[in-house]
Design a protein around this ligand. Structure first.
Ligand code: HEC
Ligand code: HEC
Ligand code: HEC
Ligand code: HEC
Ligand code: HEC
Ligand code: HEC
Ligand code: HEC
Length: 289
């Protein structure tokens, strides 16, 4: 089983012994050279598909487990592992494994297959270097071994999941104000048709509001909102989107509208319940009489 022998087959017994050695011995026993080049998914999963498969690096225990079921159910489930982790060069099984380095290495391969998306992404703010690495890699928003179609409600980029996906990094005022907005409240009730982060910001070509090419730049806002609000009122896009909803300042109109609709909802619900009760009582009376 040497690196480079394409036809090499893994024999299960030594493999089990090796896997056991990793569990017990902290990953020092299995060498980089022991994974076969051009291996099938099953061959990779012989080690990585074992629950709890992990190794120690610089005193830190890191999981190397890949859930076989989740992988098979994912959109890439029929692809060889090596489409994202090509063997040869450094990959795989470098001694100095770090999750971030692996994610960065994979990123090139995502882009290789998804050229159109990669082109858009390259224009956006997340492709830019930030603290020495891209601000957000493909896998930061999509995950790795359980990527699903965007129309699948379990996808990290399914509309109702987008806020928490962006929220892994954007936790500040933008998140708070979004959650308090009409859109944010509707999303938390499970409405996929309302605006989530990507409806206004885009998904791959995301830019800051100061960039004139940004979907949220002041000049482009009417068009951005008009994707859903076909006949907006005058001044619809005026004011700050991520305004704090309090009774004073830019959030005041939102605050009072919110109060109004909250009470409207309560009153409507109470009226509805009363109506049903009266009708039921009437029915019971008729049955009894
Ligand atoms: C669609 C691309 C893709 C495919 C296909 C893929 N991986 Fe990964 N893999 C990734 C990404 C992205 C990461 C980095 C994830 C992170 O940041 O933790 C990763 C990380 C890993 C790691 C490091 C530990 C971890 O989970 O982060 C292992 C081990 C691994 N993959 C094994 C496999 C095996 C085995 C297969 C085949 C069953 C496979 N991968 C198929 C994208 C992929
Ligand atoms: C004999 C057991 C074994 C087999 C088979 C195996 N691996 Fe690994 N893998 C390991 C160990 C152990 C590590 C931890 C790094 C080290 O000690 O070299 C690792 C680390 C990794 C990593 C994280 C480090 C990196 O290079 O990014 C990835 C990704 C990975 N393996 C993918 C694969 C793929 C893809 C296959 C199939 C082609 C595979 N492995 C087959 C044992 C194995
Ligand atoms: C900042 C988060 C983010 C990053 C980073 C990101 N994506 Fe996406 N991606 C999304 C969102 C959100 C959607 C869903 C868009 C929609 O519903 O129309 C999406 C959709 C997709 C789709 C489905 C087709 C499409 O165009 O809608 C593919 C393929 C995809 N992304 C690949 C990638 C690749 C490859 C990378 C890295 C180059 C990447 N994404 C980086 C958020 C991201
Ligand atoms: C070997 C080529 C290949 C690689 C590498 C690859 N993909 Fe894919 N990806 C595909 C194919 C093919 C599909 C299925 C397209 C379809 O069915 O519409 C797909 C589907 C997807 C989808 C779902 C698209 C949708 O319609 O919602 C997303 C998201 C995605 N890939 C993201 C990624 C990310 C992120 C990576 C890297 C971690 C990656 N892909 C690596 C080929 C690849
Ligand atoms: C209805 C449209 C809309 C939605 C939904 C939305 N945003 Fe924004 N976002 C904007 C606009 C417009 C701006 C420009 C500044 C402003 O008006 O507050 C902005 C600005 C931002 C900024 C830059 C802040 C700055 O001042 O530089 C970030 C970061 C951001 N939004 C993240 C998010 C995240 C994360 C979500 C989802 C939780 C989200 N946005 C949802 C429209 C939206
Ligand atoms: C892995 C972390 C990460 C994820 C996930 C992420 N971002 Fe970012 N984002 C950053 C970093 C880092 C920057 C650049 C520094 C900054 O301006 O905050 C940035 C910048 C931005 C900006 C520009 C801010 C400005 O003022 O220039 C917007 C808008 C934005 N992100 C929106 C989103 C949206 C929408 C999502 C989800 C679809 C998302 N981000 C997901 C890390 C992330
Ligand atoms: C993806 C579609 C979508 C986009 C894009 C969108 N909205 Fe909305 N918006 C909705 C839906 C659906 C509702 C009604 C239900 C709710 O509260 O989410 C709504 C409700 C609202 C409301 C409260 C009710 C009302 O009509 O007064 C305001 C204010 C609003 N949106 C402003 C905006 C602004 C400003 C933008 C652009 C920055 C925008 N929306 C972008 C879908 C969207």
């Amino acid at each position: 089983m040497r690196h480079g022998t394409t036809t090499a087959r893994i024999r299960p017994l030594p493999l089990l012994a090796l896997a056991a050695a990793i569990w017990l011995g902290g990953g020092t026993t299995v060498k980089a050279s022991q994974a076969p080049r051009g291996a099938s998914v099953q061959e990779c999963l012989d080690c990585h598909g074992r629950q709890g498969f992990s190794a120690s690096f610089a005193g830190q225990r890191l999981s190397l487990y890949v859930d076989p079921q989740a992988y098979t159910a994912s959109i890439h489930g029929t692809n060889a592992c090596t489409t994202c982790h090509p063997l040869g060069g450094l990959q795989p099984h470098v001694k100095s494994y770090s999750p971030r380095a692996t994610a960065r290495a994979v990123d090139d391969n995502c882009r290789h297959c998804h050229k159109e998306v990669a082109g858009q992404y390259q224009q956006g703010v997340h492709a830019r270097e930030f603290y020495g690495a891209s601000a957000a890699l493909c896998s930061d928003c999509h995950g790795s071994h359980d990527i699903r179609k965007k129309t699948d409600s379990r996808s990290l980029v399914y509309p109702t999941n987008v806020p928490s996906t962006c929220g892994r990094c954007h936790q500040g005022e933008e998140m708070k104000t979004y959650q308090e907005s009409f859109h944010g409240r509707a999303i938390s009730l499970g409405t996929a048709k309302t605006a989530q982060c990507a409806s206004c910001h885009g998904s791959h070509d995301i830019r800051g509001p100061e960039d004139p090419a940004s979907a949220v730049a002041e000049v482009n806002l009417p068009q951005t909102c008009a994707r859903c609000h076909l006949y907006p009122r005058e001044n619809f896009t005026k004011g700050k989107e991520h305004a704090v909803v309090v009774s004073k300042g830019p959030g005041a109109p939102m605050y009072y509208t919110l109060k109004f609709f909250t009470w409207l909802t309560i009153v409507t619900m109470v009226a509805l319940i009363l109506h049903i009760e009266v009708e039921l009582l009437g029915k019971l009376k008729r049955l009894g009489g």
